[in-house]
Ligand binder design. Structure first.
Ligand code: ZN
Length: 107
């Protein structure tokens, strides 16, 4: 085992970090998808399977967020007003999701 690989393992790096240390990929070759949901311009909503790892109230928030994009395809004040009609405590949920999403698996 080479020193780079040992260092990655010691620091808890995942498969992507190991692949970069081995020269298989360069930084930025594989982009991590941080989003747990998305809404296209046509209104198609996609939900990431990682949602299943979140508490149900955060799943509701993500669904409310994506549904609100069917009215507003942006994050304007009008968008957040739509979110608030669907999920009034969205601010707390958003903060919680931000913290928890960092703990979700990296694939
Ligand atoms: Zn959004």
């Amino acid at each position: 085992m080479d020193a780079k690989r040992r260092e990655v393992l010691k620091t808890g790096g995942g498969v992507l970090a190991l692949a970069a240390a081995a020269g298989i990929i360069k930084p930025g070759d594989v982009k991590r998808k941080n989003t747990v949901g998305s809404c296209s311009a046509s209104g198609r909503i996609r939900l990431n399977w990682r949602l299943m790892l979140l508490p149900p109230h955060l799943v509701d928030y993500v669904v409310a967020h994506e549904l609100a994009h069917r009215r507003e395809l942006n994050h304007s004040v009008r968008f957040w007003n739509v979110v608030a009609t669907l999920y009034p405590r969205y601010r707390e949920a958003r903060r919680e999701l931000g913290a928890l999403s960092k703990t979700l698996p990296d694939f």
